[in-house]
Design a binder for this molecule. Structure first.
Ligand code: 5RP
Length: 230
C-alpha cells in the first residue's frame, strides 16, 4: 500500500472528522462505505443495530470483511440502486473537492460508488489538504497485459511510474503509483489517462468531486469544506 506516514496527531484528526461526519449519515437507508483508516474510524462510531442505517455497500474486500465483523447487512452495488450517501477517505484533497484516492488500492470500486451516490462525503486529516494535487503518487490500476504500455504512456507525460510491489487489487490487477505528472490540469489528466486502453481507472477524482470534506485537526476541531458546485 502507498500511505503517508501516520502519527498520533493524524489519528486524533481522523477521529475528530469521523465524529463530525456522523451528523450527516444517521438518516440514511443504505450507506456506501469507502476503504481505509478514516472509514474504519467512522464505522467504529456506528452501531449497525442502532444507527438506523439498514445496509451498507462496501467498496473493497477489506471493507466488506470489516462490515461483516461489525454485524452490518450488506447489499450488492448492482441491486442497491442509486445510493443516497457515500462516505470515504482520501489521500489528498483540495478546496475544490478534487481528490487523489487509491493509496489503499480500492480506487476502482470507490469511484464506482462515489459516482453512484447522490452525495459524496470525505473524511480526512488536515495534512492531506493541498493547493495542487499530485504530491501523493497517483495510483493507476491497469489490466496485467497493459502494464508496460501504460507505464510508457505515463513516462511520455513526464511521470515516473512505480509498480506497487506484492500487490494485486480486489479486481486482480496491478497498480502503478506515479509521481512527476503535470499538476496544473488534474481533470484533463484524469480524462487522458482514463482513455488509454488497459486502464481500469486512475486515482484522480476530479470529474466526480466530493460534495463535502470533513477535515479533522489534531486539536479535535473540524473544518467543513463545501466545494463550489458545477
Ligand atoms: C483506498 C483509499 C483511501 O480512502 C485512502 O487511501 C485514504 O485512506 P486512509 O483513511 O487510511 O488514509 O483511497 O483506496
Amino acid at each position: 500500500m502507498t500511505r503517508l506516514k501516520t502519527t498520533a496527531d493524524d489519528t486524533h484528526a481522523r477521529e475528530a472528522a469521523a465524529r463530525a461526519v456522523l451528523e450527516e449519515i444517521r438518516d440514511v437507508r443504505i450507506l456506501g462505505v469507502g476503504t481505509g483508516r478514516a472509514v474504519a474510524a467512522v464505522l467504529a462510531l456506528l452501531d449497525p443495530h442502532r444507527c438506523g442505517i439498514q445496509a451498507a455497500v462496501p467498496s473493497s474486500e477489506a471493507t466488506r470483511r470489516l462490515l461483516i465483523e461489525r454485524g452490518w447487512t450488506l447489499v450488492d452495488p448492482n441491486t442497491a440502486g442509486p445510493l443516497e450517501l457515500y462516505v470515504d477517505g482520501a489521500d489528498e484533497f483540495d478546496t475544490e473537492g478534487r481528490l487523489i484516492k487509491g493509496g489503499g488500492g480500492a480506487l476502482v470500486r470507490e469511484k464506482i460508488l462515489a459516482s453512484a451516490s447522490r452525495r459524496f462525503l470525505v473524511v480526512a486529516e488536515e495534512p492531506k489538504k493541498v493547493s495542487l494535487l499530485g504530491h501523493f503518487p497517483i495510483p493507476v490500476e491497469v489490466l496485467p497485459p497493459a502494464r508496460s504500455l501504460i507505464a510508457r504512456h505515463l513516462v511520455a507525460l513526464g511521470g515516473t511510474p512505480v509498480l506497487r510491489e506484492g500487490f494485486v487489487s480486489d479486481n486482480g490487477n496491478p497498480i502503478l503509483d506515479v509521481t512527476g505528472l503535470p499538476r496544473t490540469d488534474p481533470a484533463g489528466l484524469e480524462r487522458t489517462i482514463k482513455l488509454w486502453p488497459g486502464v481500469l481507472d486512475v486515482g484522480l477524482c476530479t470529474l466526480r468531486r466530493a460534495d463535502r470534506i470533513y477535515v479533522g485537526r489534531a486539536d479535535g476541531s473540524v473544518e467543513r469544506i463545501d466545494p463550489p458546485r458545477g
